[in-house]
Ligand binder design. Structure first.
Ligand code: AMP
Ligand code: GLY
Length: 429
């Protein structure tokens, strides 16, 4: 079959890598892709939210399966568009109704509350209820968590230490700090614990598969300091996500989530990303996303032992049946090399050298922000540049392999965190 994958990050590189290895995949197209995805298929330059442009490719390349990597086209209704335009096209990713789990934090919190899914206590406010919001903040203990309701490119969550600051941020958010995304602000209780990412692929009819669990590292600085980034690395498996913890996740979170979607008439066929926090052994939901995580996918795909395409097709068709999705028992990690200055301003177009020195038997350098220049040279084109992903018999061995690779590759301003996985290696129950 012919498959079109939308997106351009490290996540899409890892999905493209995995899909391209399937005997069921005849032709793979990645739109727009990046400087590395050409190794797995054909890049096509377009904007994934330009549905007419996507449709033209589906038509021209006789696409059977559309896999949507990033959230923007989902929240904008790409499934709904194609349900009308091409009812026969198989699509991995929910409609706009299901995508609201990520597109509206207020919707997600209300959904969890109604379904009894463990999550932080919260209330939502708009400019009409600003005074109530300020009063509500005074009833909470610091630190204060304020979230823009809508999509804000991963920047819409503020965690501040003082009541005064929290009130100021609330006023600023409601007066347009994140544009329309912060016209509604969710204020919630701060939860203390260690986070992990659980990925579920579901067919909308009660069938689902859980992928390997991963943990990502969001802050730019070692020891989890400094501003948030898209993610600086990932590790899978996660030591505390043992059978007992995962049984709680299944019973208290995954099943009620899928039941809640069906009860609301939401036919959810695609990935659900549960951003969880382990609060003294009890899983609670920090957020839902309606796609795979980045950089978690760059580690997780290495640990999916089965062919992924039958599972993607099963989910898209609404019937996973007995499709298997086996996990590799080995460990996988990703170490992200980023541009100097990221997540603030950084320059692009820096030549990337040394990729030939990476041992391709043990490490896959998944491209994220890379591009091929007009003169054929590989250059940086984004904040997160390459996700060095390795398998190993242990997390330590996988880390050693990824660090060796990231040290072998160079570009002006290269930065990476040397402490990826350190917290899990030192984890005590
Ligand atoms: P979100 O975009 O909702 O995942 O939030 C971004 C990050 O903020 C999360 O990954 C957490 O590290 C942190 N965070 C969000 N909500 C809470 C909360 N209620 N308590 C503690 N940390 C939180
Ligand atoms: N790694 C977190 C995310 O993809 O949102």
């Amino acid at each position: 079959m012919n498959i079109l994958l939308l997106g351009s990050g490290g996540r899409e590189s890892a999905l493209a890598y995995k899909i391209s290895r399937s005997p069921l995949c005849d032709k793979l197209f990645i739109a727009p892709g990046n400087g590395g995805t050409g190794a797995y298929g054909t890049n096509i330059i377009l904007k994934p939210t330009d549905f007419e442009a996507v449709d033209a490719v589906v038509d021209r390349e006789k696409i059977d399966l559309l896999v949507v990597g990033n959230e923007d086209p989902l929240v904008a209704g790409i499934r709904d568009f194609f349900a009308e335009r091409r009812p026969g096209l198989l699509i991995v990713g929910p409609g706009a109704d299901g995508a609201a789990l990520e597109g509206s934090k207020d919707f997600a919190k209300q959904f969890m509350t109604e379904m009894g899914i463990p999550t932080a206590a919260y209330r939502s406010f708009t400019s009409d209820t600003l005074a109530e919001g300020e009063d509500f903040l005074a009833t909470l203990e610091p630190p204060y968590v304020l979230k823009a309701d809508g999509l804000a490119a991963g920047k819409g969550v503020l965690i501040v230490d003082t009541l005064e600051e929290a009130r100021k941020e609330l006023r600023e958010m409601l007066s347009g700090m994140f544009g329309a995304a912060s016209a509604t602000v969710v204020i919630e209780q701060f939860l203390s614990g260690i986070e992990c990412s659980v990925f579920v692929l579901t067919d909308g009819n009660g069938g689902y598969r859980v992928l390997p669990v991963a943990k990502d590292y969001k802050r730019i600085g070692e020891g989890d300091t400094g501003p948030n980034t898209g993610g600086m690395g990932a590790v899978s498996p996660v030591v505390f996500a043992d059978d007992e913890f995962m049984a709680k996740v299944d019973e208290r979170i995954i099943r009620p989530t899928l039941r809640g979607l069906r009860e609301r008439g939401i036919d959810y066929r695609g990935f659900i990303f549960l951003g969880l926090i382990n609060v003294k052994g009890e899983p609670m939901v920090i957020e839902y996303n309606v796609r795979m995580g980045d950089p978690e996918t760059e580690a997780v795909m290495l640990r999916v032992a089965s062919d992924l395409v039958p599972a993607l097709v099963g989910a898209a068709k609404g019937d996973l049946g007995d499709t298997e999705l086996r996990h590799d028992s080995r460990a996988a990690v990703t170490v992200m090399a980023v541009s100097g200055g990221y997540p603030g301003s950084y320059s692009k177009g820096k030549e990337i050298t040394g990729l030939d020195a990476v041992d391709s038997d043990v490490t896959v350098p998944f491209h994220a922000g890379t591009a091929v220049n007009t003169d054929g040279r590989l250059v940086t084109s984004g904040g997160r540049v390459i996700a060095f992903s390795s398998l190993g018999d242990t997390v330590e061995q996988a880390l050693e392999r990824s660090f060796k690779a990231v040290n072998a590759v160079d570009f002006d301003g290269k930065y990476f965190r040397r402490d990826i996985g350190a917290d899990l290696l030192n984890y005590k129950k």
